[in-house]
Design a protein around this ligand. Sequence first.
Ligand code: C2E
Ligand code: CA
Ligand code: CA
Length: 476
Amino acid sequence: MISKNIPLLLTNVSNSMQISFIIAALISIIVAILFFYGRRKYLHDEQMKEITYIDSLTGIWNINKFSIEAEDILCNKDSRNFAVLSMDIVKFRYINDCYGHEMGDSVLKYVAQKIEDNLYEGEIFARTSCDKFVILAEYIDQTQTVERLKDACLQLENFEQNNQTIKLCFNCGIFVMEEQSDIVLGLDKADIARKYIKGKSKNSFAFFDSKIEQELIRQKEIEDGMEKALENGEFVVYYQPKIDLTTMEISGAEALVRWDSSKHGFLNPCEFVPILEQNGFIVDLDFYVLEQVCALLKKWIDSGIKPICISVNQSRKHLSNSAYLKKLQCLTEKYNVPSELIELELTESMFFDNKEVVVKTMKNMRKLGFVLSMDDFGSGYSSLNLLKEIPIDVLKIDKSFLEETETSEKTKIIIEQVVIMARKLKMKVVCEGVETQEQADFLKKVYCDTAQGYLYAKPMSLMDFVETLETQKMIS
Ligand code: C2E
Ligand code: CA
Ligand code: CA
């Protein structure tokens, strides 16, 4: 009986072992699958976090992570005060253009590392976009913040790679958080302060204040209103006579734009031209001014009045526009005025863009018959080298130069020599900003050709200008 049941028993035992083995195997597979998926999810989450929170180029936090952490710090801060700093690298685009994007990337990594080295405990930072970094820094007072920034900029100043040294400068806008914990608002205001100083080519820092806010509101209003103003004829051309210092007659005039705004009152160009330069609208405005001048010249010619040469200011923005020459030509043809009656005033800042293109365009402008002048000569970056290369008919000595003639003998010598040099280079010299009889006498003594300034006349409306021309009443 027993011997009969043994195989059965053995069969049962081996069955239950098989079942246990299968169950164990199944459990292991399930655990493995769960582990595998869990791990995958973990890795995926980590990857997502990295994409969401980390700047892939520098490996530092991006704006998302910065905002979360900053909010946390500001909500839980003890007695410490914080400021938000918004920094960017001055002319970073040039670094990319001149040295290549790889070098640009290395600069950004270098800056990220240096900022990190300069942080105190509890301070955080991030790269928000391209060359922009934000920092939440402890704030004690303005002086201490500026000193810290100056010190950091000094450390960051020289980027060296492949035996090349790139000088780095920074613009930094600062907003002090005080009781504020809204980091989005802090970032906005620090950005606004930074944009306010944008364009300066050295390390510059600005604290957000109500003055900046007001100016930016005004800037926005100007930008919002400019197109309608042009359509509505709110831009008015004023004329300032130029005096021939030999005959003491009006030999020409400079067209200077004003904005007779229905909303803001009567605005001088220094209030709106820089804004229009920035957004490019100056190109349209310059053509509007030129058209007014062409219309005036045509009117004179048609009425048998002997026309005089009128100069118009031309923004550097034109030179990068391939249609510029064609548009100049079209306008003179439309009004049928000789281009020799139009002087185009250009500034040296034009040559920062692309010297070769600018020189080529100037040669073509001259071929079209326009008179070309170099405005504000002697201010800022005047380079005698430039005079060698560019086709210029007239040098306009900047008014700041003339201001010094009363106090500086050296300035007088320089003006005199500029006149001699210009004559040898077959250029005429106009001196602007002539305010006193002494200045005028000095200019006559050194044989300067032409003078322009308040001594003779301020810029005036067309009606007054025509009347002045008829009577020539301001000449002394
Ligand atoms: P700018 O081309 O150097 O023009 C000369 C400026 O000096 C004018 O200022 C003129 O009114 C002023 N000025 C003339 N004589 C004297 C003087 O004796 N003393 C002093 N202190 N100033 C004198 P304005 O009309 O305010 O123009 C300022 C600047 O705005 C111009 O400087 C020019 O850069 C720009 N601008 C004016 N009109 C236009 C325009 O139609 N297009 C462009 N792109 N810029 C323009
Ligand atoms: Ca000018
Ligand atoms: Ca000038």
